[in-house]
Write a protein that binds this ligand. Sequence first.
Ligand code: ADQ
Length: 482
Amino acid sequence: MTGLVVVSNRVADPGARQASGGLAVCLLDALRNRGGMWFGWNGQLVADESEIAPSCVKHGRCTLMTIPLTERDHREFYLGFSNEVLWPIHHYRLDLAHFTLEAAEGYRRVNARFADVLTPHLRRTDLIWVHDYHLIPLGAELRSRGVGNEIGFFLHIPFPPPEVLTAVPEYEWLVNSLLDYDLVGFQTAADHANFCRFVCEILGGEMISTDTMRVSGKYLKAGVFPVGIDVDSFVAMAQDPVARRRIQRTERHGKQRIYAIGVDRLDYSKGLPEKFRAFRRLLDSYPEDSKPMTLIQVASPSRDDLQAYIDIRHELEAMSGKINGAFGDFDWTPLRYIHRSVARETLAVHYRASRIGLVTPLRDGMNLVAKEYVAAQDGADPGVLILSRFAGAAEDLQEALIVNPYDIDEVAHAMRRAIEMRKEERIERHQALMKRIRHHDACNWMLSFLRALRSCRGRLRAKLVVGPPLALANAPAKLIAR
Ligand code: ADQ
């Protein structure tokens, strides 16, 4: 039987099922059922490459294989190229990108090491599924070690247009390395279209059909696979009786005030300062004696050794202090800003207790919080989702109030509209949104990707030109030198 091999920067913890998102739970279930392996970084750092040894833990038919990174890898591969070059550029923030040749070399070195460690553990029949921007060239590295298996790649973050991507030094090499996969998956039709444009306009490829392209004698499939959540588990968590009592306590404490909730990693792509400004604009627009609502913003710490993340944390702390100082009262804190991770059950409860889900990233691959908010609502009296048009989720969730997160008047107006929206309209919108998130849930995402990858079997690879992987053949000399 075909085994599944999942590769991602970090590996999910099967022991923390409740803490894992729907995607991780689905992948772990698939690995347990069909047998397979999940390979990635264990989150630990060692001083030297000689201390790197893979460790394997078995969970039934699923093996978790992990390795540490060196401190240098962490600086160059993880913080440097992945999060100071690829992350900002894929989120259209050229101003925050910081390219160095050491970081690019570190990125290639770690991808090569992942391939070195993984290759001896692969069986000919395994389906290999590589995840996200940390590991773009892994497919090409595996091919150069003779791996002929079907290899798929899924990009969780946006794929910007060529005009933005070409700003990355070495980007042609990087995108070329995607051509060594059999299937490349994107979150949205817009990302897919940007990729096709890159292949045709920059790499001189051609579209053979809507999902197959040919470049330099190579064939590649690219498709749209929007990620989703485990809807039923969120519905159940939000309906939990203990949770219900907590909601009632929250409501009593809040004197029936209307709540809006935002839940984000503390990242500049999530548009948090703009969200706070829009909330302030809403408060400004209400008369002094009418306190419309409380905004709960949970922002979990993220990549806090990078300057851009330190800066935005300071900015948010200052803004929340100013808003509460200007508008707060003895019995009211307008903005509750929580800078830590919160248990998923607690999030579900607060989603349900909030009239507004405020999801306003400046750019986002998908945004699962939008879907979690919808799933947690009481269908008989649901809240309203306000969603940025720049979140991948907006391509599907059209019954949300779609806003431009840069336009703080528009966002403030949408909050006001949500506060005043009649129950019938809220129910109608919610029913339509529930249908959509059920249609694109976490399991469908996984199954449709794997089905598409399996269907590549033999078909595309038979057409392959024999020779070194294109990406490595074209890699700049400095990046090839180890
Ligand atoms: P992220 O940028 O991490 O993921 P997102 O999809 O919004 O973004 O959230 C991931 C998960 O983290 C959600 O399940 C959410 O509940 C949880 N989370 C966020 N803040 C939290 C907090 N303070 N405490 C506890 N949990 C919190 C990347 C891409 C996204 C894409 C996902 C999946 O950037 O665009 O949707 O991958 O592909």
